[in-house]
Write a protein that binds this ligand. Structure first.
Ligand SMILES: Nc1ncnc2c1ncn2[C@@H]1O[C@H](COP(=O)(O)OP(=O)(O)OP(=O)(O)O)[C@@H](O)[C@H]1O
Ligand SMILES: [Mg+2]
Length: 375
């Protein structure tokens, strides 16, 4: 049987990647103009996939492209940063092997590049340096790309999960990075990060090294019409049909979260008859809630009794008017300051989000699980 186009849990590009045309156009233009970008938004909507698709499209556009992608979830020290940077540079193959050695030798003082060729003929760099020279080595890797940008290469550097940088060595790493980046006018840096940390620190906190140092771009949900089209196409390729109405129900059940729509469709296509019916959709919904039940239980157990209470009220009142006198009395809530503290924590933990004046659950299946367990 043909492979399904529904993919989840990994980066999607190509035929499993939909929409984002406007975003890609705008970001490509920013890259062209060497703008630094801070891309943020809710989890699992597709920031990383978008940027990987961007890489593919930039490759088509620029013959001499250097694209460095580093995920800060993987980085726990400057040493790791430098080593991953080397790997990324090898992946880009700026020059033929001989010229690469010559080029690196002309730039590097503190780093000794060890270049090896694997069985497939791919070049790999390893950067060696004295421990005591780590800071200098850190600066030197940036010199490599700066020089490449001055020699006709289009350079784009992507830092994913950038909010994790604060777990390295506090502000020092960030400050250093900021001071290096400031001098790089011929390349573009793209920072991807969580909604809460970016919107708070980059726009409101003058103490943050990256405060007002680039353009902020929000990545929201993919409009439902593209999902409906995609779902129908995916089922069609599998010789199954799903009505417009049920495709919409899938989107609604998943609260239009990209990851969940792909996961849901993947499961649905396998259990559904030739024509999808509502029963199959309910079955997949139950299955996902069941599969995540253990994870949700752990999450629930970690909450304080008062946070649990606030969650229950959010469910009861659909997150509306949480601070009204009526709800306070009806649900026996404590002082507004306790409620707002509990809400602050739930927002920080990315369990709930605020939309205008209402509080909503980020994970639609957690909400369903809660309804079953606590109401
Ligand atoms: N443009 C897209 N078209 C189709 N599916 C997408 C798209 N973007 C994301 N997805 C789906 O959502 C999933 C999560 O995407 P991705 O990892 O890119 O999101 P993210 O915002 O980087 O998530 P996180 O916040 O966890 O880093 C993908 O595995 C895929 O199933
Ligand atoms: Mg991501």
């Amino acid at each position: 049987m043909k492979e399904s186009i529904f993919k989840f849990g990994k980066i999607v590009t190509g035929e499993s990647f939909i929409d984002r045309k406007d975003e890609l156009k705008e970001i490509k233009n920013d890259v062209k103009n060497n703008i630094n970008l801070f891309i943020y938004g809710p989890r699992r909507l597709g920031k990383t996939s978008l940027i990987k698709q961007l890489e593919l499209e930039l490759k088509e556009e620029y013959k001499k492209l250097i694209s460095i992608y580093l995920d800060f979830f993987q980085i726990h020290s400057k040493e790791k940063f430098i080593s991953l940077f080397g790997e990324e540079l090898s992946r880009n193959k700026p020059f033929e092997i001989k010229n690469t050695i010559k080029f690196l030798k002309s730039i590097l003082i503190n780093i000794i590049p060890k270049i090896s060729i694997d069985q497939y003929g791919n070049m790999n760099f390893e950067f060696e340096y004295k421990r005591s020279n780590e800071d200098l080595a850190f600066e030197e890797v940036f010199n490599i790309i700066k020089t490449l940008s001055e020699r006709g290469f289009k350079v784009v550097v992507i830092f994913d999960e950038f909010q994790e940088i604060k777990n390295l060595d506090g502000l020092q790493f960030e400050k250093k990075l900021r001071s290096i980046i400031q001098t790089h006018s011929k390349l573009s840096y793209i920072f991807l990060g969580s909604e809460s940390s970016f919107s708070k620190n980059l726009t409101n906190d003058p103490e943050n090294p990256f405060y007002h140092s680039g353009k902020l771009k929000y990545i929201g949900k993919i409009p439902e019409k593209y999902w409906v089209e995609f779902i129908k196409k995916g089922f069609g390729l599998y010789n199954k049909t799903i009505s417009e109405q049920l495709a919409k129900l899938v989107c609604e059940t998943c609260d239009n979260i990209s990851y969940y729509i792909q996961l849901f469709s993947y499961e649905l296509i396998h259990i559904a008859d030739r024509t999808v019916n509502k029963k199959a959709i309910d079955k997949v919904k139950d299955r996902i809630i069941n599969e995540k039940s253990e994870f949700y239980s752990v999450l629930w157990r970690k909450l304080s009794p008062y946070q649990k209470k606030v969650i229950e009220v959010i469910l009861q009142v659909e997150g509306k008017q949480m601070f009204s006198e009526e709800h306070k009395n009806k649900y026996n809530l404590s002082a507004p300051s306790s409620t707002s503290e509990a809400i602050r924590r739930l927002l920080e933990e990315e369990i709930i989000k605020k939309e205008r004046t209402e509080y909503k659950f980020i994970d639609p299946f957690f909400k369903e699980w809660l309804k079953i367990k606590i109401l």
